[in-house]
Design a protein around this ligand. Structure first.
Ligand SMILES: [Zn+2]
Length: 254
Protein backbone atom coordinates (compact mmCIF):
# COMPACT_ATOMS: atom_id res chain seq x y z
CA UNK A 1 0.00 0.00 0.00
CA UNK A 2 1.15 3.53 -0.77
CA UNK A 3 2.21 5.39 2.37
CA UNK A 4 1.59 9.07 2.92
CA UNK A 5 2.83 11.68 5.36
CA UNK A 6 0.69 14.68 6.23
CA UNK A 7 3.55 17.07 6.87
CA UNK A 8 1.38 19.73 8.51
CA UNK A 9 -1.76 19.03 10.54
CA UNK A 10 -3.01 20.61 13.78
CA UNK A 11 -4.47 17.38 15.14
CA UNK A 12 -4.04 18.71 18.69
CA UNK A 13 -6.56 21.56 18.15
CA UNK A 14 -9.83 21.37 20.10
CA UNK A 15 -11.70 21.01 16.76
CA UNK A 16 -10.61 17.36 16.83
CA UNK A 17 -11.40 16.58 20.48
CA UNK A 18 -14.50 14.55 19.56
CA UNK A 19 -13.23 12.92 16.39
CA UNK A 20 -9.55 12.31 17.21
CA UNK A 21 -9.71 8.61 18.21
CA UNK A 22 -11.80 7.67 15.13
CA UNK A 23 -9.63 9.81 12.93
CA UNK A 24 -6.42 8.17 14.11
CA UNK A 25 -7.93 4.78 13.28
CA UNK A 26 -8.96 6.02 9.80
CA UNK A 27 -5.50 7.41 9.15
CA UNK A 28 -3.82 4.06 9.57
CA UNK A 29 -6.42 2.47 7.30
CA UNK A 30 -5.98 5.13 4.59
CA UNK A 31 -2.24 4.57 4.40
CA UNK A 32 -1.38 7.82 6.18
CA UNK A 33 1.40 6.52 8.35
CA UNK A 34 2.81 9.76 9.62
CA UNK A 35 1.56 13.18 10.64
CA UNK A 36 3.67 16.14 11.67
CA UNK A 37 1.92 18.32 14.25
CA UNK A 38 3.38 21.82 14.39
CA UNK A 39 3.27 23.86 17.59
CA UNK A 40 1.85 27.37 17.70
CA UNK A 41 2.48 28.80 21.18
CA UNK A 42 4.08 27.88 24.50
CA UNK A 43 0.62 27.17 25.95
CA UNK A 44 -0.09 24.55 23.26
CA UNK A 45 3.12 22.50 23.32
CA UNK A 46 2.26 20.18 26.19
CA UNK A 47 -1.25 19.69 24.78
CA UNK A 48 0.24 18.40 21.53
CA UNK A 49 2.01 15.64 23.42
CA UNK A 50 -0.93 14.88 25.72
CA UNK A 51 -3.56 14.62 22.96
CA UNK A 52 -1.57 13.01 20.15
CA UNK A 53 1.43 11.31 21.72
CA UNK A 54 -0.29 7.91 21.95
CA UNK A 55 -0.48 7.64 18.14
CA UNK A 56 2.93 6.34 17.13
CA UNK A 57 2.64 7.97 13.69
CA UNK A 58 2.57 11.47 15.22
CA UNK A 59 5.70 13.56 15.07
CA UNK A 60 6.07 17.04 16.50
CA UNK A 61 7.29 20.51 15.77
CA UNK A 62 7.35 23.18 18.46
CA UNK A 63 7.41 26.89 17.76
CA UNK A 64 5.69 30.26 18.13
CA UNK A 65 3.33 31.04 15.24
CA UNK A 66 2.76 34.67 14.15
CA UNK A 67 -0.96 34.48 15.10
CA UNK A 68 0.06 33.85 18.74
CA UNK A 69 2.91 36.36 18.75
CA UNK A 70 1.13 39.01 20.83
CA UNK A 71 1.24 36.82 23.94
CA UNK A 72 4.74 35.50 23.29
CA UNK A 73 7.39 36.30 25.89
CA UNK A 74 11.12 36.24 25.60
CA UNK A 75 11.43 33.37 28.11
CA UNK A 76 9.15 31.22 25.90
CA UNK A 77 12.26 30.77 23.76
CA UNK A 78 14.07 29.10 26.65
CA UNK A 79 11.11 26.78 27.12
CA UNK A 80 11.08 26.17 23.35
CA UNK A 81 14.69 25.07 23.38
CA UNK A 82 13.92 22.69 26.25
CA UNK A 83 10.93 21.12 24.44
CA UNK A 84 12.83 20.73 21.19
CA UNK A 85 15.83 19.13 22.84
CA UNK A 86 14.17 16.87 25.42
CA UNK A 87 10.87 15.57 23.99
CA UNK A 88 10.72 12.51 21.77
CA UNK A 89 9.59 12.37 18.12
CA UNK A 90 10.56 16.03 17.52
CA UNK A 91 11.33 16.50 13.82
CA UNK A 92 11.12 20.27 13.25
CA UNK A 93 11.02 23.74 14.72
CA UNK A 94 7.74 25.42 13.85
CA UNK A 95 5.32 26.69 12.97
CA UNK A 96 7.03 30.06 12.69
CA UNK A 97 6.90 32.84 10.14
CA UNK A 98 5.59 36.26 9.17
CA UNK A 99 1.99 37.25 8.46
CA UNK A 100 1.16 40.65 6.95
CA UNK A 101 -2.32 40.59 8.52
CA UNK A 102 -0.94 40.46 12.08
CA UNK A 103 0.13 43.62 13.90
CA UNK A 104 3.56 44.28 15.28
CA UNK A 105 5.73 43.10 12.41
CA UNK A 106 8.82 44.13 14.41
CA UNK A 107 7.99 41.62 17.13
CA UNK A 108 7.15 38.97 14.51
CA UNK A 109 10.52 39.48 12.82
CA UNK A 110 12.39 39.39 16.13
CA UNK A 111 10.85 36.07 17.18
CA UNK A 112 11.18 34.66 13.65
CA UNK A 113 14.90 35.40 13.54
CA UNK A 114 15.51 34.08 17.05
CA UNK A 115 13.69 30.84 16.25
CA UNK A 116 15.59 30.42 12.96
CA UNK A 117 18.81 30.82 14.85
CA UNK A 118 17.68 28.20 17.39
CA UNK A 119 16.91 25.81 14.50
CA UNK A 120 20.52 26.11 13.40
CA UNK A 121 21.78 25.54 16.94
CA UNK A 122 19.66 22.40 17.29
CA UNK A 123 20.18 21.22 13.69
CA UNK A 124 16.43 21.09 12.94
CA UNK A 125 14.44 21.97 9.80
CA UNK A 126 11.77 24.69 10.18
CA UNK A 127 8.07 24.90 9.21
CA UNK A 128 7.35 28.36 7.80
CA UNK A 129 4.02 30.20 7.68
CA UNK A 130 3.70 33.05 5.17
CA UNK A 131 0.93 35.43 4.17
CA UNK A 132 1.85 38.22 1.78
CA UNK A 133 5.35 38.12 3.24
CA UNK A 134 7.56 36.35 0.67
CA UNK A 135 9.36 39.72 0.18
CA UNK A 136 10.25 39.80 3.90
CA UNK A 137 10.94 36.09 4.47
CA UNK A 138 13.27 35.43 1.51
CA UNK A 139 15.90 38.09 2.49
CA UNK A 140 15.86 36.88 6.13
CA UNK A 141 16.40 33.26 5.05
CA UNK A 142 19.22 34.38 2.74
CA UNK A 143 20.89 36.16 5.62
CA UNK A 144 20.36 33.41 8.22
CA UNK A 145 21.61 30.53 6.01
CA UNK A 146 19.71 27.64 7.55
CA UNK A 147 21.71 24.46 7.77
CA UNK A 148 18.73 22.04 7.74
CA UNK A 149 16.25 23.81 5.46
CA UNK A 150 12.56 23.25 6.05
CA UNK A 151 9.13 23.54 4.47
CA UNK A 152 7.37 26.62 3.12
CA UNK A 153 4.01 25.55 4.50
CA UNK A 154 0.89 25.96 2.32
CA UNK A 155 2.97 27.27 -0.52
CA UNK A 156 1.18 29.71 -2.75
CA UNK A 157 3.14 31.90 -5.06
CA UNK A 158 4.86 32.02 -8.41
CA UNK A 159 7.38 29.65 -9.98
CA UNK A 160 10.07 32.33 -9.47
CA UNK A 161 9.30 32.63 -5.74
CA UNK A 162 9.29 28.84 -5.40
CA UNK A 163 12.71 28.61 -7.08
CA UNK A 164 14.15 31.11 -4.60
CA UNK A 165 13.06 28.91 -1.69
CA UNK A 166 14.49 25.80 -3.36
CA UNK A 167 17.79 27.64 -3.77
CA UNK A 168 17.78 28.19 0.01
CA UNK A 169 17.37 24.46 0.72
CA UNK A 170 13.59 24.49 1.32
CA UNK A 171 10.80 22.23 0.18
CA UNK A 172 7.28 23.41 -0.54
CA UNK A 173 4.21 22.22 1.37
CA UNK A 174 1.50 21.33 -1.14
CA UNK A 175 -2.03 21.35 0.24
CA UNK A 176 -5.59 22.49 -0.44
CA UNK A 177 -4.47 25.53 -2.47
CA UNK A 178 -3.84 23.42 -5.58
CA UNK A 179 -7.42 22.05 -5.54
CA UNK A 180 -8.75 25.53 -6.45
CA UNK A 181 -8.97 26.24 -10.19
CA UNK A 182 -8.47 29.95 -9.50
CA UNK A 183 -5.03 29.34 -7.92
CA UNK A 184 -3.54 29.41 -11.42
CA UNK A 185 -0.12 30.80 -10.50
CA UNK A 186 0.47 28.21 -7.76
CA UNK A 187 -0.90 25.30 -9.84
CA UNK A 188 1.35 26.31 -12.71
CA UNK A 189 4.38 26.43 -10.40
CA UNK A 190 3.59 23.06 -8.78
CA UNK A 191 3.16 21.43 -12.21
CA UNK A 192 6.70 22.22 -13.28
CA UNK A 193 8.81 22.36 -10.11
CA UNK A 194 11.20 19.46 -9.50
CA UNK A 195 9.38 16.56 -7.84
CA UNK A 196 12.05 16.33 -5.17
CA UNK A 197 11.02 19.77 -3.88
CA UNK A 198 7.47 18.91 -2.80
CA UNK A 199 5.84 17.50 0.35
CA UNK A 200 2.12 16.96 1.02
CA UNK A 201 0.06 18.54 3.78
CA UNK A 202 -3.51 19.40 4.80
CA UNK A 203 -3.14 22.11 7.51
CA UNK A 204 -6.31 20.56 8.98
CA UNK A 205 -8.60 21.80 10.49
CA UNK A 206 -7.87 24.86 8.28
CA UNK A 207 -7.63 25.16 4.49
CA UNK A 208 -10.59 23.10 3.22
CA UNK A 209 -10.29 21.63 -0.25
CA UNK A 210 -12.35 22.94 -3.14
CA UNK A 211 -15.91 21.69 -2.71
CA UNK A 212 -15.55 21.27 1.07
CA UNK A 213 -15.65 24.95 2.08
CA UNK A 214 -17.37 25.46 5.42
CA UNK A 215 -16.39 21.97 6.67
CA UNK A 216 -13.45 21.24 8.92
CA UNK A 217 -10.53 19.87 6.95
CA UNK A 218 -9.19 16.44 7.92
CA UNK A 219 -5.73 14.85 7.66
CA UNK A 220 -7.33 12.00 5.66
CA UNK A 221 -7.64 14.56 2.84
CA UNK A 222 -3.92 14.28 2.21
CA UNK A 223 -4.84 11.46 -0.20
CA UNK A 224 -7.09 13.85 -2.14
CA UNK A 225 -4.35 16.49 -2.25
CA UNK A 226 -2.09 13.78 -3.67
CA UNK A 227 -4.67 12.98 -6.39
CA UNK A 228 -4.87 16.66 -7.35
CA UNK A 229 -1.09 16.80 -7.47
CA UNK A 230 -1.06 13.77 -9.80
CA UNK A 231 -3.54 15.56 -12.10
CA UNK A 232 -1.09 18.45 -12.43
CA UNK A 233 2.03 16.33 -13.01
CA UNK A 234 3.31 14.24 -15.91
CA UNK A 235 4.87 11.44 -13.82
CA UNK A 236 2.95 8.25 -12.90
CA UNK A 237 1.26 8.34 -9.44
CA UNK A 238 3.43 5.56 -8.00
CA UNK A 239 6.55 7.54 -8.84
CA UNK A 240 5.09 10.73 -7.35
CA UNK A 241 4.05 8.96 -4.12
CA UNK A 242 7.46 7.33 -3.68
CA UNK A 243 9.39 10.53 -4.33
CA UNK A 244 7.22 12.63 -2.00
CA UNK A 245 7.77 10.17 0.86
CA UNK A 246 11.47 10.16 0.14
CA UNK A 247 11.44 13.97 0.32
CA UNK A 248 9.92 13.83 3.81
CA UNK A 249 12.48 11.29 4.92
CA UNK A 250 15.30 13.40 3.59
CA UNK A 251 14.11 16.47 5.48
CA UNK A 252 12.85 15.00 8.75
CA UNK A 253 14.52 12.45 11.03
CA UNK A 254 11.60 10.18 11.91
ZN1 LIG B 1 -0.44 25.45 10.50
Amino acid sequence: MVKFTDSHCHLDFADFDQSRPTLIHQLTQSGIGRIIIPGVSAKHWQRQLDTCGSFSGCYFGFGIHPWWINNARQDDLTKLERYLSTKSRVVALGEIGLDAHIDDMDKQIRFFEQQLSLANTLALPVLIHHRQTHHLIIPILKQMRLTHGGVIHAFSGSYQQAKQYLGLGFKLGIGGVITYERAKKTRHAVAKLPLDSLVLETDAPSMPLQGQQGQANSPTNVVKVFQHLCDLREEPPTKIAAQIEQNCEQLFTF
